[in-house]
Design a protein around this ligand. Sequence first.
Ligand code: FAD
Ligand code: DLZ
Ligand code: SF4
Length: 519
Amino acid sequence: MPGPVLVPILGDQLTPTLASLAGRTPADTVLLMMEVAEETTYVRHHKAKIALILSAMRHFAAEMRDAGWQVDYVALEDAGNTGSFAGEIARAATRHGASAVQMVEPGEYRVMQDLRALQADSPVPMRILPDDRFICSLPEFYSWAAGRRELRMEFFYRQMRQETGLLMDDGEPTGGQWNYDRDNRAPPPRQLDAPAPPRFTPDAITAEVIAMVERLFPGHFGDLAAFGWPVTAQQAEEAATAFMTQRLPHFGTWQDAMLHGEDALFHSLLSTSLNCGLLDPLDLCRRAEAEYRAGRAPLNAVEGFIRQIIGWREFIRGMYWLKMPAMRDANWFGAELPLPDFYWTGETDMRCMADCVRSTRDNAHAHHIQRLMVLGNFALIAGVRPQELEDWFLVVYADAYEWVELPNVAAMALFADGGTLASKPYAASGNYINKMSDYCGACRYDVQQKTGPDACPFNPLYWHFMARNRDKLEPNRRIGRVYATWDRMSEGRRADTLASAQAVLDALVPAAPGWARAP
Ligand code: FAD
Ligand code: DLZ
Ligand code: SF4
């Protein structure tokens, strides 16, 4: 009798229909799940991110056992735990006398390198299968990208709409337009009264994991007091239903809005569940479309939501694998500023920044425009070294895995790849934040002032960024025209602007070492 097939399932593969389980039966298969020190510590993750993944893993193992599967679960503190995926797969293959190992490819390049090395040395056959939970396979993405001069999400998205048939009528986009982004940028009124997303009270499994995280990772960033993320597929379904019925109808209009203390607004907060496998992306999109077809949600909301998932999410994943490992080293502007300490402490008079860091600390979440136009934008115009900001983003968000974090930070927020993903840097002065939020009114800085100690720091930094990168940005058709405005300013005003920006930069305190990676 040949030994069983060993099927390792990683912490972001919590999906019962995983490709590695197709055709397998409980009689000839052992599932292996591993809590390993290498994953919990390769960066010093937000406490809530570790709690979410380990709790979701433990719940998934219990559900798979209930469904009849044999699950070998290695807990973080088990005696003999080698601390790495490769070590645990090798150990379990011997323990079970496995005839073969079969698993779905990991989401991260770093882990893929380790698994390929293990595969090369494995005494039993080891198959690594494509992750078919993504709508676009990697070979399909590579062939879409091949030979194109510019890789832009919009064109990829149109192809995905055609392939999935989402929001298509007789081969044409529903409503006659592919993209309703213009209707998704309304500045917020003073109050928006968004219904709060459901939070899930920790059960015994989650409570035990939370206690373990507090004990083993006391110095990690973030708070666990408000932990309420879905940790099972059933909870994720509940969260998805609440979103579809309560917030989706307004998702489009207020997609880019920010309000102080309003951490979710009309966003779905489904990324944590999507990224660890508790929800299926295509299913979510079909449900959103059904809300539109039934007349319960408008087209700009539903198209906007579907675009984020079959457009941005898939495009970002394809770009990651296309551009790695170079993407991790990209630094087109040669930015070398250390990450300011307020990214960790939240201690800054910039009200927008303080609120975004607070939400990040309390919830392990901030919404897209906070990530892009406050946290990312400041780092871009101040000139923070990309690898430091990338580490920060990988640590602090419960939905952060390198395949989705890195392209968003390096290529979208920092333009560190020189424009393979975005057509221009998302650099903005305080004016943009003022328009899209209620942050500025009660800020210690004055968003209308362009220079001097009371000026909003985003204002002079914006021009400092433009001026110091002129050789790179002036040829860009989409942004180069701003130099005409700069050149029209008097020499004195330009000098004051640069001096004000330099004063902001000189006052920044670099973060103490050890927040993101163990010193
Ligand atoms: P919603 O606003 O409700 O959007 C719906 C879904 O669309 C999200 O759940 C997500 O799955 C998908 N989506 C939307 N935008 C993107 C995008 N740009 N890339 C990929 N998927 C997208 N998202 C992550 O999942 N993990 C990250 O580590 C991450 N890091 C980011 C870093 C920066 C600098 C920026 C600008 C964006 C980042 N994003 C990341 C994308 C986006 O901000 C989050 O997906 C979103 O805020 C998650 O909240 P939500 O579920 O409420 O999203
Ligand atoms: C993020 C994370 C953490 C903190 N811990 C684990 C773990 O102990 N075991 C596990 O299987 N996965 C964990 N993860 C998620 C992995 O980092 C993720 O599956 C890989 O990065 C995918 O390449
Ligand atoms: Fe942020 Fe400037 Fe507005 Fe203050 S004035 S909240 S620093 S954009």
